[in-house]
Write a protein that binds this ligand. Structure first.
Ligand SMILES: Nc1ncnc2c1ncn2[C@@H]1O[C@H](COP(=O)(O)OP(=O)(O)O)[C@@H](O)[C@H]1O
Ligand SMILES: [Mg+2]
Length: 235
């Protein structure tokens, strides 16, 4: 589904350059549930933002199916992201002045879908996520766990092939976190390919594969047990 070849990401810092991701090679197969782990600052969010097409400023090759993402312009990338991806964030990123139902409807508003059909899709996802009674509330009236459920409902309402989540349970209590992870497992079993970033070893057990970053390098990958730190020519 996804192939990253030799992805580099850096920032200008004073006179020089700070590397955030170095020579990232990674293949993600359809149906995988990948967990990215690593210390703070190791590049996890940077990698997820590249995958989610929120970042344009990188070098290397990114293939999404047959599409050469590295050759697409910004508009084509935005189209691909809206069509095929959903993203979930640690801090939920809901719009405070929209209701639960309006937040969930948002991704559909970018598509050419008749409003009756949109309403049916929102009703369906509210039902699936057991949030019908909450549909007219505002995010501030919900617990963190419920806000994240809205965030996930919004990310999956258009049935994206790829779901990306950056520390989705980082602000939640363990019971709420467990509920979110069980939902992810269910979505994965229904066919979504998932990439999550987490610090939690427990959350990682819900995935099918773990990739570890350190200082911007992939230092281990359970799908490539023989990967050595030196394999990619680490300097
Ligand atoms: N906009 C930016 N400008 C400069 N450095 C940045 C910027 N964003 C991230 N970084 C740096 O990139 C590195 C990796 O960040 P990040 O991908 O957020 O790590 P993680 O998610 O693993 O904690 C960090 O050293 C961070 O300071
Ligand atoms: Mg991060």
């Amino acid at each position: 589904m996804i192939q990253l070849k030799n992805i580099d990401r850096s920032y200008k810092s004073g006179v020089g350059q700070t590397w955030v991701l170095r020579r990232i090679h990674m293949e993600i197969l359809e149906g995988e549930f990948v967990t990215i782990m690593g210390p703070s600052g190791s590049g996890k969010s940077s990698l997820l933002n590249i995958l989610g097409l929120l970042d344009d400023d990188w070098q290397g090759e990114y293939w999404f199916g047959e599409q050469a993402v590295h050759k697409l312009n910004r508009k084509q990338r935005a189209d691909l992201s809206r069509r095929s991806m959903g993203m979930v964030f640690q801090s939920y990123h809901l719009l405070d002045d929209l209701t639960v139902a309006e937040n969930i409807d948002l991704p559909l508003s970018y598509k050419n879908i008749p409003s009756s059909e949109r309403q049916a899709m929102v009703a369906d996802v509210l039902d699936r996520f057991r949030m019908v009674a909450k549909k007219d509330l505002f995010p501030s009236q919900l617990s963190g766990g419920q806000q994240q459920l809205v965030g996930i409902a919004r990310a999956v309402i258009h049935k994206p092939a790829l779901l990306l989540a950056d520390e989705p349970t980082g602000n939640l209590h363990s019971i709420q976190a467990k509920e979110i992870m069980e939902l992810f497992r269910e979505l994965n079993q229904q066919g979504a390919t998932i990439v999550q970033v987490t610090h939690s070893g427990l959350n990682a057990t819900y995935g099918t594969r773990t990739v570890e970053l350190s200082d911007g390098w992939i230092v281990s990958d359970s799908a490539r047990p023989k990967l050595q730190q030196s394999e990619e020519g680490r300097a």
